[in-house]
Write a protein that binds this ligand. Structure first.
Ligand code: GDP
Ligand code: MG
Length: 441
């Protein structure tokens, strides 16, 4: 799956401090393959990968995220952008009724969607009416009536012998009826064909011209993969539409259709249909779809939190101190506490799907070690913390007693501090080590 491929590609980024050109290229190749496998259209894949590469190249090396997380974040943000950013809401007419027309191939899920949408609108205190303008299939009208009854909404259908025998007049009469009976939304179900068909397009365009809809929604089965783009384009040319509804997302569709359609047509996906029950329906959320495509659970939320928790100011201050040479044990402790905050997040991340490859890094991280260091440093006087060189033998045994640790442990900590300070000063001079808290940049 796409998620497996991405996880696989991120594995090679593990433990690296910075995204090199080779890393970026290798990752881009994997993302490209993964998207193609997910049935995303080639031009969309090219654009997408280009955008991710561009951003990865220009990305500032983050103090809060490791390179793998950083790439995931970029991939996710680009996915959301292509999927339309914010959820696009229905636009209701200033003068009701709002007319919504459904268009799409046969079997796409229009008739089902008509009832789902009606039920959803009812929950928002709207009073929708359905209009059966699919007179193509023998049972189409009855199917809408059954669905309408389940949703508890009125269905306008042609009566035998009442003079409205063609879909265009039914649609027109339906809207009139809604106006007369004070329904504030009219949903017009239309006929589909098995393939793209001129006569079908002409009929849909005829209905559109007759009722002048506020929203035309193109309904498309997410399972049809690559074909979705051609169909979406044909309906855009033949009928035109304002938004897209993806259906059958309860299947194992990999989300490729959503990405392709949104990118190729520039039309927002507005609703998602994910089951045969009338309640299996919701607004389309680009961010959720992106996580679904990435299949990384709540990882993205956690990445956000990691970034928020990481105190960039504090890191910058520490870096400044390093360069001026007065990095103290207090600063050391601050840094440790930052690492601890990040560490518990990182541990949580490790429990999520797709993050298994970071296990090794996570297992090497021991929060209790930081607690011990904290206890020792807290047993030092402010003078000792500011000027660790003064911590001689007698001070060490006093600190050991105060913190409940052994003198050996105190020695180890002080040595570690001096080592760390030396290393960090070297790095600070050399331009810093990316990705490490406290390093400049
Ligand atoms: P239409 O020809 O465009 O009107 O499509 P229908 O509404 O008749 O739906 C075609 C078939 O797809 C029906 O069997 C529906 O029950 C089914 N269907 C519609 N939407 C969904 C969905 O979101 N998930 C699943 N699993 N089936 C759906
Ligand atoms: Mg139908």
């Amino acid at each position: 799956t796409l998620s497996d491929r991405l996880s696989e590609s991120f594995k090679s980024l593990r433990g690296k401090g910075k995204l090199s050109e080779a890393d970026i290229d290798a990752t881009a190749r994997e993302i490209r393959l993964a998207l193609l496998e997910a049935d995303v259209a080639l031009p969309v894949v090219k654009d997408f990968v280009g955008a991710v590469k561009e951003r990865a190249r220009g990305a500032e090396v983050s103090g809060a995220l490791n390179p793998a997380q950083q790439v995931i974040k970029i991939v996710n943000e680009e996915l959301i952008t292509i999927l339309g950013g914010e959820t696009r809401r229905l636009r209701f007419a200033k003068n009701p009724p709002t007319v919504i027309m459904l268009a799409g191939l046969q079997g796409a899920g229009k008739t089902t969607l008509a009832a789902k949408l009606a039920l959803w609108l009812k929950a928002q205190d709207k009073s929708p009416m359905l209009v059966a303008a699919d007179l193509q299939r023998p049972n189409a009208v009855q199917q809408l009536q059954v669905n309408g009854e389940r949703a508890g909404v009125t269905v306008f259908a042609p009566e035998p012998g009442n003079g409205v025998g063609d879909p265009v007049s039914v649609a027109r009469a339906g809207v009139e009826e809604a106006r007369r009976t004070l329904h504030d939304v009219v949903i017009i179900d239309t006929a589909g064909r098995l393939g793209i068909d001129e006569e079908l397009m002409a009929q849909a365009a005829g209905i559109r011209d007759a009722v002048n809809p506020d929203e035309v929604l193109f309904v498309v089965d997410a399972m049809i993969g690559q074909d979705a783009v051609n169909t979406a384009q044909a309906f855009l040319d033949g009928v035109g539409y304002d938004g897209v509804v993806l259906t059958k997302l309860d299947g194992d569709a990999r989300g490729g259709a959503a990405l392709s359609i949104a990118k190729m047509t520039g039309k927002p996906v507005m609703f998602a249909s994910n089951g045969e029950k009338l309640t299996d329906f919701d607004l389309f959320h680009p961010d959720r779809m992106a996580s679904r495509i990435l299949d990384m659970g709540d990882l993205l939320t956690l990445i956000e939190q990691a970034e928020k928790n990481f105190d960039a100011d504090q890191a910058a201050k520490a870096a400044e101190k390093l360069q001026s040479g007065d990095f103290t044990l207090d600063d050391f402790l601050d840094q440790m506490q930052q690492v601890k905050k990040m560490g518990s997040l990182t541990k949580m991340l490790g429990m999520l799907p797709g993050m298994g490859q970071f296990r090794e890094q996570l297992d090497n991280f021991d929060e209790r070690e930081i607690d011990r260091i904290e206890a020792i440093i807290h047993s030092m006087t402010p003078g000792e913390r500011a000027n660790p060189k003064m911590i001689d033998g007698s001070r060490r045994s006093r600190i050991a007693k105060g913190s409940g640790r052994t003198v050996a442990e105190i020695n180890q900590l002080v040595d570690r501090f001096f080592e760390a300070r030396k290393m960090m000063q070297q790095m600070a001079r050399g331009g810093g080590m990316p990705g490490m808290p406290g390093s400049p940049g």
